[in-house]
Design a protein around this ligand. Structure first.
Ligand SMILES: [Zn+2]
Ligand SMILES: [Zn+2]
Length: 337
């Protein structure tokens, strides 16, 4: 198969021929249709997060067809020909106190797609059948960004608490443009904070229902009940905190962030909270996909061929596109399954 591989930390991804993977016990062999590109892929590529067991195939927002079942994999309910989504959480132990309390996202033994195991920047991949998600209908390239951007954004929105009427999104990229639509369907008001001068991101935010879009260092028209920081710039956290109403929450949704500068205690006073969100559970996946079945979400995508993965990461680093970058690996085989 063709694959795009990270050979060494900080080095450009290379196109390679690899032996076809074989589905092991409980695994599905998945023929990849599309794989979206996440900022985490860029952090792995740039050695800001360590990838394990190099060379490694990145990519953890995979849409594909089940091509074969490994021994025992049928128990998870997927059949050959079904379309599945393979997300970031590849495996959790099922036995630790986190797994036993609906927090498999925090399992200390968890393994992650495209970091600990080979991912979807390839024609084929294998995945634990129990961690693969059934998908709603739609083009593969539109569904793929839901599998991390959408999922992490959705978990962040849930962890922001109930009763959030005014939501701020800091960094209007892949996750934010999806979760803006979910929040609007839920009747929340959305303010979008973009890099000063990023008129394209601000315009996309307004077109998706944001009532205000402006630079991150400007206050929103009204104080926020919650702010989700998707950008990896730590200096946004005190800015977001200052934009909150009393009792509000800042949720940091990225896996990596630069250091957060100090701020006056008065900005945290009145029961404001800063928290992070880490990874996802399978229940988050099911909940988001249910939500999307009821109220469809459109991904705004820029498409690249599989061999264009390094270019997609360069464009993400440079902020050269709005919405989500997606690798189109194979012809879309339709939305059934
Ligand atoms: Zn566990
Ligand atoms: Zn991701």
């Amino acid at each position: 198969m063709r694959a795009v591989v990270l050979d060494a930390p900080g080095r450009p991804l290379t196109v390679a021929e690899r032996a076809d993977p074989v589905a092991g016990d409980g695994e599905l062999l998945v023929a990849v249709e599309a794989c979206a590109v996440c900022r985490t892929d860029l952090h792995l590529r740039d050695a800001e997060i360590a990838a394990h067991g190099l060379p490694r195939i990145l990519g953890h927002q995979i849409v594909g067809r089940v091509a074969a079942l490994g021994p025992g994999a049928g128990a998870a309910g997927h059949a050959v020909g079904d379309r599945v989504g393979v997300p970031w959480l590849a495996w959790a132990c099922g036995e630790c106190r986190y797994c036993r309390s609906a927090r498999e996202n925090l399992c200390p033994r968890a393994r992650f797609t495209g970091r600990d195991l080979d991912g979807g920047f390839a024609e084929l991949t294998v995945a634990d059948a129990r961690f693969c998600l059934p998908l709603p209908p739609g083009p593969a390239t539109e569904l793929a960004p839901l599998l991390c951007g959408g999922l992490i954004g959705f978990r962040a929105l849930r962890l922001a608490g109930d009763g959030v009427e005014r939501l701020g999104l800091y960094g209007f990229g892949s996750a934010a443009h999806l979760i803006c639509q979910v929040a609007r369907h839920q009747g929340r008001e959305v303010s979008a904070f973009v890099r000063r001068g990023d008129d394209a991101a601000a315009a996309l935010a307004r077109s998706l229902g944001a009532t205000w879009a402006g630079p991150s260092d400007e206050p929103p028209p009204e104080p926020l009940d919650a702010a989700i920081v998707f950008a990896s710039a730590g200096e946004l956290v005190p800015l977001a905190l200052r934009a909150l109403a009393p009792g509000g929450t800042v949720v940091c949704a990225g896996i990596h962030m630069t250091d957060i500068p100090g701020f006056p205690y008065a900005d945290l006073w009145e029961e404001r909270t800063i928290r992070s969100v880490a990874n996802l559970t399978r229940a988050d996946g099911a909940a988001l996909l249910d939500e999307v079945r009821r109220a469809p979400v459109r991904s705004h995508t820029t498409r690249y061929p599989l061999e264009g993965a390094e270019q997609a990461l360069a464009d993400l680093r440079a902020g050269a596109f709005v919405g989500s970058a997606v690798l189109e690996v194979a012809a879309d085989q339709g939305s059934g399954g």
